[in-house]
Design a binder for this molecule. Structure first.
Ligand code: WTA
Length: 671
């Protein structure tokens, strides 16, 4: 990947090449004095905080919790144990609060007229829409009342399938207000994926829109919901609320379907917040794992909110005048924690953008930055790499002088992309926070603290307060000093997920059994001599495509639904833009001819089953798959073949039929 991106620049002037080579020598970027002077957290303070947080987590988090509004202040702060015989994760357990009160009501006195949300449409010519905290509060209250009128009660699940529009944040906060548990489904998922998620959590109501827009193309969101509700297992849904967004007309099935604006009409602008115990569920978010269907990651009230809010303020050095733009969709955890909950708990101004980086042209991100004077910009390496490929000109024709801080999330950022982001986008003026975390962790765990931590391109750097990472070898032995191994976390932090919805055993099995007594991240990682962490990527069967998690098991199940397919195995392989691409090996039933038309059908089937984000980048016909004598597919070998690293296949003697590998290697060469 690195070689390729350098090669892409090779066509540019020798001057540019020289600059890349010289800057490559620089591997440590100290915090600039100008930034450190006004930073919320100094280097010394970050070290003191870290020590305190580890030595006395109770005292540390008790103090952080004081900045929140409680209906009943917690007296018990941390009650956690990863020990399998005494497993428990409870934070602030006797406290009571309401998340929407913390994100809205408590800002009204001082920040009521401050902009909460700036909405930038997909269409660059559409006027921006803004909501102040007062207006957002009113909308959330109206929707909270409307939901209650529709019979939604505390603990009920509500699915949200919306584009990146303010109503997505309003819907999440309205659920929080009345104690309903939201489950946001990314707009790039298909009807089948919606149905799976709705069926798993038994949601009572779905909030959607007639359509969503991306790069001038329209997604029929309501139609996808209709199709989903025709599938088995979805009868729990009583009501579908439809936000009017864009011109398309949709079928409304009365009395099930209701227009959002109609149910909002006339609702009072105040709504009594539901008192929630600290450990009451706040939301479920489905994410892919190694096996089976996506799991419903469950986050609870106080621990999640406090962790999202604390990490937002700390990592991004947030100040009252900042305009914060996180480009993640609210369908992912990044959108939950750093578009909605973290920023809003801090009364920040957030920008929500419905569009894509490269439409109508490759300057769009930077034009939006200039238009709204964005100060902090947080995006994914895949977007940075895609824009880097377009060269410097689309960036340089914009000002970007409002920017003061940049962030990266979702996958490892290669040093070339880091340097381009730093030098070209940030004009060598803005620090970069490379934030490592997961859906399961609720908020950022390892990241530089802007203004406090020196940066190394490609390293997520150091753990945040309260986070105790460690590396273990395959046997679970803790590795000290400079080392490479599997990344685990030794003790609980407030934002950790509490369970897999409806399957607590799966939660324990997935995260705490591999290395008993530790949370296993499923990421590989290296620690250097300075104690900096370098995430190397997933070590399980999750493929990280453009920062989106796809499980190989889900993809394989979708492929084998095709009547001509007998078997399939999917692996990830390095991809220049997406980080990882999806490589599928497909075995057809006896007598079926392999051809391009069939390959297209299979690709289309997976898209239909999971959604447009599930694209098979490569499909190789496999006469058979390499298996052990006990019938287990040897993915290690398939990965090497996909990577074209056929000289590193390792020991194939344990295979039932080693000749299978020779055939796949030969076919790969012609592929
Ligand atoms: C990967 C997204 C390297 C990692 C917040 C993790 C990263 C998975 C980084 C979680 C980073 C996320 N550097 N890798 N800064 N951030 N990852 O659940 O493999 O969508 O396990 O959460 O993304 O993806 P998820």
């Amino acid at each position: 990947m690195c070689k390729k991106s350098l090669a892409a620049h090779g066509s540019q002037s020798p001057l540019f090449l020289r600059r890349v080579r010289m800057s490559e020598l620089k591997s440590l970027y100290e915090v600039a004095d100008a930034f450190a002077r006004d930073a919320n957290v100094s280097k010394a303070e970050s070290e003191v905080r870290y020590r305190r947080s580890v030595l006395d987590p109770e005292a540390f988090w008790r103090e952080v919790a004081q900045d929140f509004e409680w209906l009943r202040a917690p007296t018990r702060i941390k009650n956690t144990s990863f020990d399998l015989n005494d497993f428990r994760i409870r934070w602030f357990e006797d406290g009571e609060m309401n998340v929407s009160v913390n994100c809205l009501d408590r800002h009204l006195a001082d920040n009521g007229d401050k902009t909460a949300i700036i909405f930038e449409s997909d269409d660059p010519n559409a006027p921006a829409r803004t909501l102040t905290y007062k207006e957002l509060h009113a909308e959330v209250c109206k929707l909270g009342n409307a939901l209650r009128n529709l019979g939604v009660q505390k603990g009920d699940r509500v699915s949200i399938y919306l584009p990146m529009i303010p109503e997505a944040a309003i819907a999440m906060l309205a659920c929080a207000r009345i104690g309903a548990v939201h489950s946001v489904i990314f707009g790039g998922f298909s009807a089948n994926s919606i149905a799976d998620r709705v069926a798993d959590c038994g949601s009572k109501l779905i909030i959607t829109a007639n359509e969503g827009a991306r790069a001038g193309k329209y997604t029929p969101l309501k139609k996808n919901v209709d199709d989903a509700l025709n599938l088995p297992g979805t009868t729990s849904v009583q009501t579908v609320l439809v936000v009017r967004h864009g011109p398309s007309t949709v079928d409304m099935q009365m009395p099930r379907d209701r227009w959002y604006d109609a149910v909002m009409d006339g609702q009072p602008e105040t709504c009594a917040p539901e008192p929630m115990n600290a450990e009451d569920p706040l939301f479920i978010l489905y994410t892919s794992g190694s096996t089976g269907k996506p799991k419903g990651v469950l986050h609870t009230t106080a621990g999640y909110l406090i962790y999202a809010a604390y990490t937002f303020k700390t990592v991004f050095d947030q100040k009252p005048d900042d305009i914060f733009w996180c480009t993640a969709d609210v369908g992912w955890i990044t959108g939950h924690s750093y578009v909605v909950y973290g920023p809003m708990a801090n009364a920040a101004t957030v920008l929500m953008f419905e569009g894509v980086p490269s439409w109508p042209n490759a300057s769009r991100f930077w034009e939006v930055v200039d238009k709204h004077k964005v100060t902090i910009f947080y995006t994914a390496p895949t977007a940075i790499r895609a824009l880097m490929r377009e060269g410097d000109a689309p960036v340089k024709r914009t000002s970007r002088k409002s920017l003061r801080l940049l962030g990266s999330v979702g996958e490892p950022i290669n040093p070339e992309a880091w340097r381009w982001y730093y030098d070209v986008v940030g004009d060598a003026r803005c620090p970069i926070v490379d934030t490592w975390w997961q859906t399961e962790t609720g908020g950022i765990l390892i990241s530089p603290i802007a203004g406090a931590t020196a940066m190394k391109p490609g390293s997520a750097s150091l753990p945040l307060p309260g986070v105790q990472p460690a590396l273990v070898d395959a046997a679970g032995t803790l590795l000290t000093g400079e080392a490479e191994g599997n990344l685990v976390i030794l003790d609980a932090w407030p934002g950790i997920m509490r369970t897999v919805y409806g399957d607590h055993q799966r939660f324990i099995e997935t995260y705490f059994k591999t290395y008993p007594g530790m949370y296993f991240t499923s990421d590989g990682c290296r620690r250097d001599a300075d104690g900096y962490y370098w995430i190397t990527g997933r070590v399980d069967d999750v493929i990280n495509v453009s920062g989106h998690r796809l499980g190989t098991a889900e993809l394989e199940s979708a492929i084998v639904l095709h009547p001509s397919v007998s078997e399939a195995a999917v692996v990830g392989y390095p991809h220049d833009l997406k980080g990882q691409g999806v490589y599928a090996y497909v075995t057809l039933k006896e007598g079926v001819e392999a051809d391009d038309a069939l390959a297209k059908e299979i690709v289309a089937l997976v898209r239909k089953e999971i959604g447009p984000i599930a694209l098979l980048d490569q499909l190789q016909w496999a006469p058979a798959l390499p298996k052990t004598r006990s019938g287990k597919i040897m993915r290690r070998i398939l990965r090497k073949i996909a990577e074209n690293a056929t000289d590193q296949l390792g020991d194939t003697s344990t295979l039932a039929d080693p000749a299978v590998v020779d055939q796949l290697v030969a076919d790969r060469k012609n592929h």
